[in-house]
Ligand binder design. Structure first.
Ligand SMILES: [Zn+2]
Length: 314
């Protein structure tokens, strides 16, 4: 399935595998001023080419090496043999050799299996800037969803093309390899750019992105604090899944455990452990306290249930 929406000069091309006439999950490529941002999955590549027929393509860039963002590249390369394809230096080797990606069965069924694209140019070679006749897109590193993830920022319009770096609403399940610290850092980076339009992979273009980015950061921090409280109370991860989410959702079973609430809670626990390391006052980090010196009452490093919210809230 493919849907096309116009947002001023930006064209959103939403793609999904259909089941009984309904989309299972959307992913979106964006066209603006001759630049194609992301390429959709293998299963909709031919439909994407049909949509692009009346448009000119000067360059292509992908935000990260997931099959629903780069799976259409081989078809695009065949249609546009001389158009440069760009990706981050971490993404390039994965596009050349997608067999290095761990793509679970449900993803192969949902999107298709990506094929290699040999001639991808690292964004390093263009100094992390992509220019079109009317716009200039700056590359912003936004790891977390994946280690190689980048977003694109257009400063004159205050646009951000965020790939999968921003997913709206509360989280319910995550893959095992997500990094909450990196996800939060990337969301803060995007918020610091004070965007006026945000174009995410879901295709739900945000017209008030700044409060939504802050809301998302707040929701994730709220969850880390809830996990910290339950951890301090001695709960196990399965008990926390029940307490916080009323059990795992069916997605846990459909993805054979790749996406789960337990992974999300583990990500919160890792984040809490990391931030507890950094939660001590600067003085106690810089000067080891002499042995037998009474501890400073403001030193919270020994308190595992410290509330991080006031310190890290954005
Ligand atoms: Zn992705």
């Amino acid at each position: 399935m493919i849907h096309v929406e116009h947002h001023g000069p930006v064209i959103a091309i939403r793609m999904a595998r259909g089941f009984l006439g309904r989309p299972i999950d959307w992913t979106t490529a964006y066209w603006v001023d001759g630049l194609l941002i992301d390429a959709g999955p293998p299963c909709t590549a031919r439909q994407l080419l049909r949509v692009l027929n009346p448009l000119h393509i000067d360059s292509i860039v992908v935000t990260h090496a997931h099959e629903d963002h780069m799976g259409g590249l081989p078809a695009l390369r065949a249609r546009y043999p001389h158009v440069p394809i760009y990706a981050s230096r971490r993404t390039v080797p994965l596009l050349r050799e997608p067999s290095r990606l761990a793509i679970q069965l449900y993803r192969r069924l949902l999107w298709g299996r990506p094929k290699p694209v040999p001639d991808v140019i690292s964004l390093d070679e263009v100094d992390e800037v992509l220019r079109t006749p009317s716009y200039c897109f700056r590359v912003v590193e936004t790891p977390g969803h994946s280690r190689d993830h980048i977003s694109l920022y257009e400063p004159t319009q205050r646009w951000i093309f965020s790939g999968d770096a921003f997913v709206g609403g509360p989280e319910r399940h995550w893959p095992a390899d997500s990094d909450l610290f990196a996800v939060l850092s990337s969301l803060r980076t995007l918020a610091s750019l004070r965007p006026e339009r945000l174009f995410p992979a879901s295709g739900n273009v945000r017209r008030t992105p700044l409060p939504e980015l802050h809301e998302k950061i707040g929701l994730l921090l709220q969850l880390t604090r809830a996990v910290a409280r339950l951890d301090a109370a001695g709960m196990t991860v399965p008990e926390m899944v029940t307490a916080l989410f009323n059990g795992e959702s069916p997605l846990r079973w459909w993805t054979m455990g790749h996406l789960s609430a337990a992974h999300l809670i583990e990500a919160c626990r890792s984040y809490n452990a990391l931030m507890a390391q950094d939660d001590r006052p600067m003085a106690s980090r810089e000067r080891p306290r002499p042995f037998n010196t009474p501890s400073d009452s403001s030193d919270t490093s020994t308190n595992p249930s410290t509330d991080y919210g006031d310190i890290f809230r954005s």
